[in-house]
Design a protein around this ligand. Sequence first.
Ligand SMILES: [Zn+2]
Length: 223
Amino acid sequence: MTATVPFIADCFRRFNERYFESSLPEIPIRLSNAKGFLGKLTYTRRRSFWRTENYENFVLRINTRIDLSQAELEDTIIHEMIHYYIAYHRLSDTSTHGTRFRAMITAINRRDGRHITVTHRLTDEQQQQAAGRQRGRMVAVVEFTDGRIGVKVVPHRVSYMQAFQSGCRRHFSVASLRWYFSHDLFFARFPSSGALRVYLIDTPDDRSALSQALSQAREITLA
Ligand SMILES: [Zn+2]
């Protein structure tokens, strides 16, 4: 699902009550299309005259570039709310994701069977998605004479396609080789290169994901 401000605001209210004793003041919510993070809490630190540090201008940013499930989105929001809780209440911690932060994650995960993670790191697929939602890929679907099926993503250029196709026919027992141009994220997991490698699609799940992806793809004839 794609995050919206009302959805995030509603999550914020619910989680504030459930996990943070309703102690967190409402916070401006911004949707972000940036690469590289799922969520982010930003604020400014200002040293006052009495040399105490003030934290101000808290903003909660949630990424909309990456398609997350509702549970992942909620986990992301809670992760940022823990940062907010620690900063707002001036609690000490050993580092940004220190002992206190981790203890809070563990407690919430246990309590509600959540999967909040410590880092903001994106999965490979999410990074691919962040890099270009609309990116199309040139995909060879190879059926071998023994019935196995494999795929290979090659750079979108005729010279790569020709080299891969002839190499494949020379080195493997190929029953058929078809080219598809696809935007489906199923293919994001395969490296794009001219290397003579074919990735076997051997689990039932992957096979059905592949046929699903191909039903939306454009078949390309290599003359
Ligand atoms: Zn964090």
